[in-house]
Structure formats: C-alpha cells, structure tokens
Ligand binder design. Structure first.
Ligand code: PLP
Length: 353
C-alpha cells in the first residue's frame, strides 16, 4: 500500500518524479544510466542548465542579476559558506530554532555575530517581532520555516543590507517577493528532491566583498564560473530536483501549489484547534504551512492514536525529540487526501474517546 508520507525530510516526492527518476537509473541516454554517464556529457549538462533556469524562473527572478547553483554538503555547509563569502566584520542573525542556532554557531567561527532576537526562552514556539536590525551589518540572516518547531516567518524585514535566508523547508511552497532576498539556500530533501544537493540562489552583486581567501568548493564565484560543476555534481539529486521543478511548473508554479498548501494546512490546523484531544505547539500567527506541530492533550491515548495511524498507512508523524508529540509535514508533493485521512483519524479518535 502506498503510504501517506508526512515525513519531515527526506520527504515525499511526486509519484511521476519517482517513476521518471527510476527509469533514468536504468536508461537515461541511449541505453546508459543517469549515474554512469559523464557529468560533462551533453545530456547531463542540459539537465543542470534546465534545473538552474527552472529554479530562477519559478521564483520569478529572471533578468534580476541572480544565479542558481546546485552544490553539495547540505544546508549545514551553507551555514559556513554564507559566512565565508559575506561576513567581513559583523552579521545579524534571527534565532528561530535549531537550524538558525547552528547557522549562528558556524558564522561565529569566523567573525562577530549579533543575535538580533531569539525565541529560545520559549522553546522557539513563535517568531520574534519588532526587533531592530543595525544598518552597519554585513548581512541579516533568517530561517523562513522552522521545520522542527513548526513556525514560519510571514513577513521579512526591508533592509539596506543583504538579506540571507535558509529556505530549506519551504522553498517553492508560497508566493513571496523573492527579489527581496540577496541569497537563498535550501537543502533539496524537504521540498525539491532527494538529499545530496543544495540549491543556492545568489544575487551576484553581493559577492567579492570580503578580504579572506575562500576555499574553492565554498566560493560562490567559483561555483558560478564553473556552472555548478567545479567538481562532479550529484547527478541523481540534481536530475530528480529538475523533475520536481518541471512537475511544479506543469501544475502552474508556486501560486498554484500555494493554494493547495493553504487547503492542506487550513484543514490540519482547524482539526487541531477544534478537536479537544489535540493541541498545537506553535503560536497561531506563526504557524507553518509546511510542518504542523501538535500533541495529544491526554498521553494515555497515544497507543490507540498511533495504532490507528499505522493501520491507515500514515508514516513519519513523530515529532522531533526537542518538541515531542507529533509533526505533520505537508510539503508540496503531499496530496490533500493524505491530510484528509489524518484528520479523519483524529476525529475518529474523538468519537471513540
Ligand atoms: C533540514 C534543514 C536543514 C539541514 O539541512 P541539511 O541539508 O541536512 O544540512 C537546515 N535548515 C533547515 C530549515 C532545515 O529544515
């Protein structure tokens, strides 16, 4: 039975993407597998170029001075790469959870980091607001969606310094004015593809301003000049990401998927709010459309709820250990029907209790 996959990451991909990528493993180019051909072959260069231009197109950034890169090392490597490429004296970071915390730690190895605001004191269940960002910083860094805690930034500051954002878990999920951002990065494995590649969208004119030497693999200018092929790229991850971006474009792009994502999250949160057996973790105004965090009001119901989920083929609902309870991740590829199934089980639990 096909599972309802609520996993937080790596996570669900569209069925047709899985089928096409499986086929490419067997026969991609004249009888050769995708993973046994040269990354310098015409067939693969086309894949890389197509993936990069689809990313820019879907975000509405054509002709605005941005480059898209597919690099390796995950978002965790970007925590470091951002600082190496942009941090000359002092940067500001908004601390909204585990991933921001890690980004701060990596940047601090190089230069001064100002934590402009944090919601750590309440286990990151909300997004700080009304903070001041000094204008003499090298850049301001934030995390658009906090995968673990289920909070999501709904607004972003207007700045006269570069705005850098970790969008690993909500890229391509909602319409934003992406041209407000100077650098966006996202590990593929939440909303775009398999683990193994990370998308970086960078406005070229913010680069080349630091005095340090940057290791080649982490140097955005090097990666741009080599068209994301400074070293052998993760061909399978890039190809599968390209297929997902094509799938999204075919659906009508970000605006179309955003409507679906709203439907799913509205249904999910209304059940959490109306059903007395459940309570949400994140502050209502800051709730994520991607990751809904919630728990049972009575732990004694855990075994029966877990059993009902299992019987219905629901997978990946366990909360992260730092929050506990449950987390329903509703990435782009998750069908509305999966959320309907989960909500149905939650109300059935209420009827039986
Ligand atoms: C998953 C995640 C990361 C870590 O990504 P890796 O690719 O495993 O390094 C970073 N930031 C956010 C917001 C995430 O959801």
């Amino acid at each position: 039975m096909k599972k309802h996959n609520f996993s937080a990451g790596p996570s669900i991909l569209p069925e047709e993407v899985l089928e096409k990528s499986a086929q490419a493993i067997l026969d991609f180019d004249e009888g050769l597998s995708l993973i046994e051909i040269s990354h310098r072959s015409k067939a693969f260069i086309n894949v890389m170029e197509n993936a990069r231009s689809l990313a820019i197109e879907l975000l509405g950034l054509q002709g605005k001075g941005y480059k898209a890169l597919f690099v390796q090392g995950g978002a965790n490597t970007q925590f470091l790469a951002v600082a190496l490429n942009l941090l000359e004296s002092r940067a500001g970071y908004l601390n909204t959870g585990t991933w921001s915390d890690k980004a701060i730690k990596e940047a601090r190895m190089h230069q001064e980091v100002l934590e402009v605001a944090s919601s750590k004191e309440s286990n990151f269940n909300y997004i700080p607001k009304g903070y001041k960002i000094p204008s003499d910083l090298d850049y301001f860094h934030c995390t658009s969606n906090n995968t673990i805690f289920g909070t999501q930034m709904k607004e972003f500051p207007k700045l006269n310094i570069p705005l850098v954002c970790d969008m690993s878990s909500d890229i391509f999920s909602r319409s934003l004015d992406f041209s407000k951002f100077d650098l966006i990065y996202a590990g593929a494995q939440k909303n775009m593809g398999p683990a193994g590649t990370t998308l970086v969208i960078v406005k070229e004119d913010i680069l080349g301003k630091v005095t340090r030497q940057i290791p080649s693999m982490m140097d955005y200018k090097v990666q741009i000049s080599k068209d994301s092929m400074f070293n052998t790229p993760p061909v399978f991850a890039v190809y599968t990401s390209m297929l997902t971006l094509e799938w999204l474009k075919g659906l009508g792009g970000i605006e179309a998927i955003e409507k679906e994502n709203f439907k799913k999250s509205r249904l999910m949160y209304s059940e959490i709010d109306l059903n007395p057996l459940f309570k949400g973790f994140a502050a209502t105004a800051d709730r994520s459309t991607m990751n809904a965090t919630f728990s049972l009001t009575d732990d004694k119901l855990k075994d029966s709820f877990d059993g009902m989920c299992k019987d219905a083929g629901i997978n990946g609902l366990n909360g992260h250990r730092s929050v506990g309870g449950y987390r329903a991740s509703m990435y782009n590829a998750l069908p509305l029907a999966s959320v309907e199934t989960l909500v149905e089980i939650m109300s059935e639990l209420e009827r039986k209790a």
